[in-house]
Design a protein around this ligand. Structure first.
Ligand code: SF4
Ligand code: SF4
Length: 132
């Protein structure tokens, strides 16, 4: 986990993070055989896959040490974070829950390029949700 995120984990509380099918495969393949998709993913009413919470935290968050237990294979949305897409404003913003967005995205150009990736990611999730 990045040092900036040490002792935080705010973004792992009551997560609503979407999961692509690639995210699901990567998590599944990197974890013990007994880990079933239903153990960490649920379908939303809109047909998206989303991380499950347990006792108020993402199922993969260790609240004792405040660490993501699947950091190397964490979902793409967790990698984009704290940059998120605001569908009302129709542009990317830093999630106000994160206390250190500027430390994680010090470069405006990188943030702008990541925003383009976020839009493509979301468009693909909408497409797949319609197809399923
Ligand atoms: S991304 Fe932000 S909210 Fe999440 S752990 Fe790091 S500093 Fe905390
Ligand atoms: S997968 Fe890891 S980084 Fe993402 S919400 Fe869960 S614990 Fe946090």
């Amino acid at each position: 986990m990045k040092d900036i995120c040490k002792d935080c984990g705010k973004c792992c509380i009551e997560t609503e993070m979407l999961l692509s099918s690639y995210d699901i495969d990567r998590i599944k393949n990197d974890n013990p055989k007994h880990l079933k998709i239903a153990n960490f993913a649920r379908k939303t009413e809109e047909g998206f896959n989303q991380l499950i919470n347990v006792k108020g935290y993402c199922v993969f968050f260790d609240s004792d040490v405040k660490l993501c237990t699947i950091y190397d294979v964490r979902p793409q949305g967790c990698r984009f974070y704290p940059l998120i897409y605001d569908s009302d404003k129709k542009h990317c913003i830093f999630d106000e829950e994160c206390p250190k967005p500027k430390l994680l995205y010090p470069d405006k150009e990188i943030a702008a390029n990541t925003c383009k990736e976020i839009k493509i990611f979301l468009e693909n999730q909408i497409l797949f949700a319609k197809l399923e």
